[in-house]
Design a protein around this ligand. Sequence first.
Ligand code: RUG
Length: 840
Amino acid sequence: AATTAGAKISQKIPSVAYPLAEEPTEIAANINYHAQYSPHFSPFKFEPEQAFYATAESVRDRLIKQWNETYSHYHKVNPKQTYYLSMEYLQGRALTNAVGNLDVQDAYADALKQLGHELENIVEQEKDAALGNGGLGRLASCFLDSMATLNLPAWGYGLRYKYGLFKQRITKAGQEEDADDWLEKFSPWEVVRHDAVYPVRFFGQVEVNPSGSRKWIGGEVIQAVAYDVPIPGYKTKNTNSLRLWEAKAGADDFDLFQFNDGQYEAAALLHSRAQQICAVLYPGDATENGKLLRLKQQFFLCSASLQDIIGRFKERKDEKDEIQWSEFPSKVAVQLNDTHPTLAIPELMRLLMDDEGLGWDEAWNITTKTIAYTNHTVLPEALEKWSQAVMWKLLPRHMEIIEEIDKRFIAMVRSARPDLEDKVHGLCVLDNNPQKAVVRMANLCVVSAHTVNGVAQLHSDILKSELFADYVSIWPAKFQNKTNGITPRRWLRFCNPELSHIITKWLKTDQWVTNLDLLVNLRQFADNSELQSEWELAKLASKQRLAKYILQVTGVSIDPNTLFDIQVKRIHEYKRQLLNVLGAVYRYKKLKEMSTEDRKNTTPRTIMIGGKAFATYTNAKRIVKLVNDVGAVVNTDPEVNSFLKVVFVPNYNVSVAEMLIPGSELSQHISTAGMEASGTSNMKFALNGCLIIGTLDGANVEIREEIGVDNFFLFGATADEVPRLRKERENGMFKPDPRFEEAKQFIRSGAFGSYDYNPLLESLEGNSGYGRGDYFLVGYDFPSYMDAQERVDEAYKDRKRWTKMSILSTAGSGKFSSDRTIAQYADEIWKINECPVPLA
Ligand code: RUG
């Protein structure tokens, strides 16, 4: 384990300060220095790729300086710290963010010019760090940015996957997946810490000592090695860490004898097992092996992180002091990002009891005061349940602990709340159904965490009234809401510099970048024609840039004078991209039927849809194929293609989002009400002056409240109507709208090719069943969706009104800064304070 024993860097002999270049000429010299003396390529080459790595290394010097100062400061002050445990981070690219947060963007741009390069081209050389699937991972990354910007002493912990989220390729067959080898060359941002290495055990057995104490022994032991990524705050010295664990076999785990005997694979068995752990983000879990690997990943993250956290706690005690374990919760807050790191609960119990010698009650008291849990979904299939048999095999000591937690919880309920007797079966952690006995991870989290929060008001209300209702009656104070947010740095200041400059000009301050509530002051200018024309010009410039990008990646030419309508997110039936496509199909059919004169009175649109479908999610992949097939026909139909285009944007990721969002005018957030916990891209679009068409779901509800109901195109059933509508459907009482039937029929007619879309369309038909019987109510919401789209078309014709609505969208987005969200977590859950690194 990491230790601080031994000599520290001498305080008496000052280290020579690395001179950080300030002037562009010095910066250029520094970039040159890195190109020559930190070589990764043949000498004397300085193409954009080499320039990127040298620039990143130059920027990294600055980050490291601030980073070390931050660590020392936290070490000295020893404040309570937050540890954010997440299996996913969607960091995207780091260079623009780093020079922006360090406030050296212009100097680096000038320096690169002197070297014959443009910063905006150089940043595009960087590969996205896509260590996450979607909203949950991107939220974690926004949170890290806000924690650093708010000077909060906090760490992110995750896994250093070798392959991030797959790259999506669109072929005639639809979506195909390629591995994303983001570390193919190397990441210039990470720093390996050879002194932060911890053993993580799997399998084995529990040994009972004569004293009654228990110890987990045997099995296989893999080493977790820390790779740290600096997280700079915006215009502050505080630079926090994202610590990503890499799995390695130990030095002794190579059997030279076996190797020399020709048994090469056997000789390096543990090496290959270790490599598997962090090989891919979300290994396919259709097989037992896949499930076991995912569970190993989760435990690996939890165990390494907690050993590190405990090590830091022990290290920061006063030299002469005894360790005061009761102090642990006043120094450590652990946030579980969904149930994925739930194993932190039994692992903390195990480390405290078996390694540190604490009794159950003391360990439980510490664990429950330390751990908080965020729920991000109510979808049953996303609420994790692990087979008890697999858990006993992989983590026998943890299963003992989980059994004990459950036993004590049940006893507590029976004594304190006998009225809940018939609910106990649903509330307890272990589901002992002999057919498939499982551990219910969400239940374990709720039983053990001091706070449980949802991610938007509606979602938190649903958690309280439905999913966790009985727990609420036991612990009413445990449940909170923390509406998600996004970082205004990446999602406005850096991705949309044109609009940012206009905002700064009209607000006469750039303080909005860290105090997003100031945007509300734009409201007074919403009718001002000078602002409106500047606003429109900025939007047009972003649309032109986007059109260029779309042409480059799809070959489809789109017209920046049409309404840019975008839906980008993971492809899922509940997110209802199918509703969007059916709407597009209906629009296309009507345009075909219209006279040339009538067509001219319509609002020309470019519909862009992007997102990745999980590789084994058949219906989601069919939707991707359908969008592409519809696009292929519509975009080449000379009669209508100046009034409608349908484009599938391939390989949607953070960088693509940074390009799309500034150029958007309408975006679709159209999930079945009650199913999208929050959504965060809705916030990014609104912040960039894009209008939303959406249902009353997730954060849409709050966005609509903030920007004004007149500036939001609302449609669809509400969450409380959904159960009744599904029942009515099951009872055969649903009568579909003729427009809905017409759109489906048009697809069935073969208008978009010969692919068999029947299975997909049948999921919208029949009367019942998940994935059949229109569980997601596409048919029910279709007419009100089409009506809302008509209101959009009308509104867009009045450009002054549209621009005003756009300004009001930005003006009303202040609440959705992740700075606000994180300040609330800090005050109301973590109880941590800011710890700014002194500027001098
Ligand atoms: O689906 C949710 C989004 O609604 C939400 O905005 C995001 C962040 O809170 O988390 C998403 N999510 C939920 N991603 N994975 C899950 C379930 O593991």
